[in-house]
Write a protein that binds this ligand. Structure first.
Ligand SMILES: Nc1ncnc2c1ncn2[C@@H]1O[C@H](COP(=O)(O)OP(=O)(O)O)[C@@H](O)[C@H]1O
Ligand SMILES: [Mg+2]
Length: 370
């Protein structure tokens, strides 16, 4: 008797969309990954999470998720539902079709969560995958949670003697209780302007620069619309330098790319439009013009910062290069990952192509799960 052909490829569940304000950016990244992943090696199951949190089976169509200024892609609720394995000893992914029929889709080898922001990059989804006993790409529960929360990222970095911009954290409760006290504290501790940002957001959503008490009030309201706490911090003057980190193989030290630079016209900052919509508002230069000593210092700090937040898999480490040296702004444990994003660009300039990078991330995810 002839055995039926078994598909020898690894099954990768690509998860994208999600409940955060960065839903569309995640879809765009998924489009990039779907277009570039090695189909001879991997069988891809695209699972889109709608903005209200439904897990749906999506068509394997990279073009449907392209991002441009006229079109922010989203996950359309097509009525299908994904059912995860029913115990930690099963790997069976099931789909319930829109008409209610259900059938097994595949035996999962690894989940690739390409999700930015809350409920995707913050440890919650990672916790679900841990409970299910499924291997996954990227940072674990703690690293994701620390990296998502700018207050705790900075607290942990400061403990490792890594420079961060001085900040205070203001909760919705504190703001509701006594606005004047918050404004007075900022005036006492900082010079104008200051930056105000939600503790747990991304893509510059809710980030603003405030030059006086009146604009500070507006900025705090805008930040608290995204989260229940905001950071108010010293506005730094310097170049915005970023680099990409991959975890080491087999317990080795993290690998750090060359530097990239975000160049924005003077007087502006790297806001949502500059990041994704307005092609003239910012340019990504990679490799950035730095001395060998500066690159070495940046790489040392990036590696330290990655380990400090308990990073695994990957992260992008963002710095300001000020007159007094490198200051870490933040770490992103699932950075923008379209082929033109900084993370893949930095690796390309360091000798790793986009498809190779995807391959490397999956390999690291499988290694972590061993
Ligand atoms: N303390 C600061 N000083 C100067 N610019 C800042 C500061 N904080 C943020 N920015 C600007 O705002 C952008 C977005 O802020 P960031 O903290 O990186 O939030 P996000 O997670 O949304 O990317 C940065 O890329 C930078 O241009
Ligand atoms: Mg940022």
């Amino acid at each position: 008797m002839i055995e039926p052909d078994r598909d020898p490829r690894l099954v990768v569940v690509v998860l994208f969309g999600g409940r955060s304000s960065e839903h569309s950016i995640s879809c765009a990244t998924a489009g990039g990954v779907l277009a570039a992943i090695d189909r001879e090696k991997y069988r891809v199951i695209p699972v889109g999470i709608t903005t209200d949190g439904a897990f749906t089976l999506q068509s394997d169509d990279a073009a449907a998720f392209a991002l441009d200024s006229a079109h922010l892609p989203t996950v359309h609720d097509n009525g299908t539902r994904i059912l995860w394995p029913d115990s930690a000893s099963s790997r069976t992914l099931t789909v319930v079709e829109a008409d209610g029929t259900r059938h097994p889709l595949a035996e999962i080898d690894i989940v690739f969560p390409i999700l930015h922001g809350r409920f995707g990059e913050d440890g919650t989804l990672q916790g679900m995958l841990e409970l299910l006993g499924l291997p996954y790409v990227g940072a674990g529960v703690l690293g994701s949670a620390v990296g998502m929360d700018k207050h705790f990222t900075k607290t942990v970095l400061q403990h490792s003697a890594i420079d961060v911009a001085p900040w205070i954290c203001v909760t919705t409760t504190a703001w509701r209780t006594d606005r004047d006290a918050v404004v007075a504290r900022v005036e006492e501790q900082f010079d104008w302007p200051v930056f105000v940002k939600p503790a747990r957001a991304g893509s510059s959503v809710g980030v603003s620069k405030a030059a006086d008490a009146a604009s500070l009030r507006t900025a705090i309201d805008a930040g608290l619309a995204e989260d229940t706490k905001v950071l108010i911090e010293t506005a730094l003057v310097g170049r915005e330098i970023e680099c990409a980190v991959l975890a080491g193989r087999d317990g080795g030290p993290p690998r750090v790319s060359v530097a990239g630079e975000i160049v924005t016209p003077s007087g502006t900052f790297y806001d949502f439009d500059a990041k994704y919509l307005d092609p003239d508002a910012a340019s990504l230069v990679c490799p950035a013009e730095l001395t060998d000593a500066q690159v070495a210092k940046m790489q040392e700090l990036a590696s330290l910062a990655f380990l400090a937040i308990d990073g695994t898999g990957l992260a992008r480490v963002d710095f300001f290069l000020t007159e007094t040296g490198f200051v870490v702004n933040e770490l992103n444990t699932m950075p923008g990952f379209t082929p033109i994003s900084m993370f893949p660009k930095c690796w390309l300039a360091s000798g790793l192509s986009y498809p190779q990078l995807i391959d490397e991330l999956i390999t690291l995810g499988l290694e972590t799960a061993r």
